[in-house]
Design a protein around this ligand. Structure first.
Ligand SMILES: C[S@@+](CC[C@H](N)C(=O)[O-])C[C@H]1O[C@@H](n2cnc3c(N)ncnc32)[C@H](O)[C@@H]1O
Length: 219
């Protein structure tokens, strides 16, 4: 999903998070299929600002969706692997990459099953993935382990405050978080930034994002 409205509406629907992984994947396939096709190709602004200050290397975009962030990274010199369990999302991501003239290694995996290679990426990004806390901890710990020495992890998602103060995003508090909660779930990394970032889109709608940036010390 390329725009914030699409991403913001992400996560399990109101009520109990979907417990059946196959049903979750179908849910996301349906969401990607019914969402408007790729439009502006704008990356998440927090990711773009953050990665824009780094020297490009290998990047892993977890829950990459239709590839807006992965393609942006590839266009800026990163060697990118994008992972998502929605085949519809990855088809769109492929189209986006082809249109942009960049190569990205798109991999179809369920992040609750797949274990990324350890210490392999200068940047691991996780943007708008909202899972129940026990699952989030598993995915975050694996994401942290995938960071190379001196590499970075960036997590951006809807802050718990977004429920009251922001537009869009999951309406189930259990899948929202604070940056401080995320910071406690990245073993082996040095936390550099925990923040609640308030932004407005072009139509004046507010959103509150939790942002965690962390790095692995030099080997
Ligand atoms: C709100 S979208 C965000 C997409 C992208 N990061 C972005 O910012 O545009 C959430 C994505 O997470 C993916 N996702 C959710 N649960 C997943 C899981 N267990 N394994 C892999 N991908 C998952 C969905 O398919 C969807 O593409």
């Amino acid at each position: 999903m390329s725009d914030h409205e699409g991403a913001a509406a992400g996560g399990p629907p109101p009520g109990l998070p979907i417990s059946d992984p196959a049903e979750r994947r179908r849910h996301w396939d349906r969401r990607h299929a019914t969402h408007e096709p790729i439009e502006s190709g704008e990356p998440d602004p927090i990711l773009a600002r953050y990665a824009g200050d780094l020297a490009p290397g290998r990047a892993l975009d977890l829950a990459c969706g239709d590839g807006r962030n992965a393609v942006w990274l590839a266009r800026h010199g990163w060697r990118v692997t994008g992972v998502d369990f929605s085949s519809v999302a990855l088809d769109r991501a492929r189209q986006r990459a082809a249109a942009a003239g960049v190569e990205v290694d798109w991999q179809p995996h369920d992040l609750l099953q797949w274990v990324p290679p350890e210490g392999a990426y200068e940047l691991v990004a996780l943007v708008y993935l909202h899972l129940p806390p026990p699952e989030r901890r598993i995915v975050l710990a694996r994401a942290a382990r995938a960071v190379a020495p001196a590499g970075r992890l960036l997590v951006v998602g809807h802050h718990r405050r977004n429920l009251e103060e922001g537009h869009g995003g999951p309406r189930d508090e259990r899948v929202l978080y604070t940056a401080e909660e995320l910071a406690a779930e990245v073993p082996g990394l040095v936390v550099e930034r925990t923040e609640a970032v308030v932004q407005e889109d072009a139509t004046g709608r507010r959103r509150v994002d939790a942002v965690l940036a962390a790095r692995r010390p030099m080997a």
